[in-house]
Design a protein around this ligand. Structure first.
Ligand SMILES: Nc1ncnc2c1ncn2[C@@H]1O[C@H](COP(=O)(O)OP(=O)(O)OP(=O)(O)O)[C@@H](O)[C@H]1O
Ligand SMILES: [Mg+2]
Length: 372
C-alpha cells in the first residue's frame, strides 16, 4: 500500500499541510526541530491509533489552538481509503475510516500498515523486555483484531488479579479465603486469554525468524546468523499452552502473594536475540544491536506482506546517519521494495528519490524523482 496524500491542520508545528507522496523513496530533509518527526508521527498515528511518543494525545494540538486534524489518503491493492483523526482539547479523539466514525480503536487495525524505525528503536534489542513485547504487540495487533482485543482484555484481568493480591497482602485477617476464591475466577480468565496471546506470539516469532535472519545476513554480508527465541511458554498448541500456564500460575501463587503482583504470564515474556549464538542484548556492540533491530523491523514488512498481500509503508526517522556507508546503501536498496519515507538533515542527491524540504512546519521545495 502507499500514501497518496496527507493533510494536517494545527498538528504540532504544522498550521496547514497538504502533501502528496510519491512511489519509492521520499526524503524529508530539514534542519533540527523543523517538523520531520512530527510528520512521521502523524502518519504512524493513522496506523496504530496512538502517538509514537506521547501518552497525552492532546499534546499534538498546535500551541494555542483547540483542535487538530490528520487526513491520510491511502492507495491499497484494490481500493482507496481515507483515515481521518480529529483531536480536541475538550473532547476525546475521534477516528473515521472513509468518513465513518469508528467506535473502538481496534477497528483501525489493519487499515493502514506502517513500520516505523528511529534511533530510539535501538531500545528494541538493548533495553527492557517491555520494548520487545511492545514490538510483538503492535505488529500482531496490526494484522489481527482479535489479538488487539485479547491484549486489552488481558490487561484488565491482570489489573484485577493484582489488586486482589495486594488486598490479601494488606489484609491480615480471615477474609482472605474469600478473596483467594475470587482470584481463582480471575485465574481462569487470565489463562484463557493469556494462552491465546502466547500462541499468537509463538506463531509470530516463528514466522519472523527466517525473514529476520535473511535480512540480517544481507545487511551484515553473511557474517552473522540471527536466531530469535520466545522466552515464555514455547508451544504452538493452545491446549498445551493452557496446561502449562495453569501449572505455572499454581506454582507461583505463594510467590505472587508475597510480591503483590502476578509474576508469571505473557506480560513477563520476552524475545531472546542471538547472533552467532551470542546474546546480543548482553554482549552485542551498538552497531550490532542497531542492525538487529533494523532486521527485525524490516522482517515485519515481509510478514505483513505474507499475511495480507499488502506491503506496509516504511517510515525511517533519522536512521541513515546512524549506519555505516555499506549498511546505509544496503538499507536504501532494500527500501525500494515499498514506499518509504526517510527523514534526515543531509542527503546526497539521487535522481531516483523524491525530496521534500521542510522548514518550520512548511514544505519549502519539492524535487520529484525522475521517473515521474
Ligand atoms: N503541540 C505543538 N505545537 C507547536 N509546536 C510543537 C508542538 N509540539 C512540538 N512542537 C515543535 O515541533 C518542533 C519539533 O519538531 P520535530 O520533532 O518534528 O523536529 P525534527 O525536524 O524531527 O528535528 P530533529 O532533526 O531534531 O529530529 C519543536 O520545535 C517543537 O517545539
Ligand atoms: Mg526528528
Amino acid at each position: 500500500m502507499k500514501i497518496l496524500n496527507i493533510k494536517l491542520n494545527n498538528y504540532r508545528n504544522y498550521k496547514n499541510l497538504d502533501l502528496n507522496f510519491n512511489d519509492g523513496i521520499n526524503i524529508l530533509q530539514g534542519r533540527n526541530a523543523q517538523g520531520k518527526t512530527n510528520l512521521l508521527e502523524a502518519i504512524y498515528f493513522c496506523s496504530i491509533g496512538k502517538s509514537l511518543r506521547v501518552s497525552r494525545e492532546k499534546e499534538v494540538i498546535k500551541f494555542n489552538e483547540i483542535t487538530a486534524k490528520i487526513n491520510l489518503k491511502l492507495q491499497k491493492k484494490y481500493k482507496k481509503t481515507l483515515i481521518s483523526l480529529f483531536f480536541s482539547k475538550n473532547t476525546k479523539k475521534t477516528v473515521k475510516i472513509d468518513n465513518i466514525p469508528i467506535k473502538k480503536i481496534g477497528e483501525l487495525m489493519g487499515e493502514f500498515y506502517a513500520v516505523y524505525f528511529s534511533p530510539d528503536e535501538l531500545k528494541l534489542v538493548k533495553e527492557s523486555p517491555e520494548d520487545r513485547r511492545r514490538f510483538m504487540d503492535i505488529h500482531i495487533s496490526q494484522t489481527s483484531k482479535s489479538y488487539f482485543y485479547y491484549l486489552s482484555r488481558y490487561e484488565k484481568i491482570l489489573l484485577n488479579r493484582n489488586k486482589l493480591l495486594k488486598t490479601i497482602q494488606l489484609n491480615k485477617n480471615n477474609q482472605n479465603k474469600e478473596i483467594e476464591k475470587t482470584i481463582e475466577i480471575w485465574d481462569k480468565q487470565l489463562i484463557e486469554v493469556g494462552s491465546r496471546i502466547i500462541l499468537f506470539r509463538n506463531v509470530f516469532i516463528k514466522k519472523l525468524q527466517p525473514y529476520a535472519n535473511k535480512i540480517h545476513s544481507y545487511l551484515t554480508n553473511n557474517e552473522e546468523d540471527l536466531k530469535l527465541e520466545y522466552t515464555g511458554i514455547k508451544n504452538e498448541n493452545l491446549e498445551n499452552i493452557k496446561e502449562k500456564f495453569i501449572k505455572s500460575i499454581k506454582e507461583s501463587f505463594n510467590k505472587d502473594l508475597n510480591l503483590g503482583y502476578t509474576s508469571f504470564g505473557p506480560h513477563r515474556d520476552d524475545i531472546k536475540v542471538l547472533s552467532n549464538d551470542i546474546d546480543i542484548r548482553l554482549y552485542g556492540s551498538q552497531g550490532q544491536q542497531r542492525t538487529v533491530a533494523l532486521s527485525l523491523k524490516l522482517a515485519e514488512l515481509e510478514i505483513v506482506f505474507e499475511e495480507t498481500g499488502e506491503m506496509p509503508v516504511l517510515l525511517l526517522d533519522d536512521v541513515l546517519s546512524e549506519l555505516d556507508v555499506n549498511r546505509r546503501k544496503k538499507l536504501l536498496n532494500y527500501c525500494k521494495k515499498t514506499q518509504t519515507i526517510i527523514t534526515g538533515t543531509d542527503f546526497e542527491y539521487n535522481e531516483d528519490y523524491s525530496y521534500f524540504k521542510i522548514e518550520n512546519g512548511q514544505i519549502l521545495s519539492i524535487k520529484e524523482n525522475k521517473k515521474i
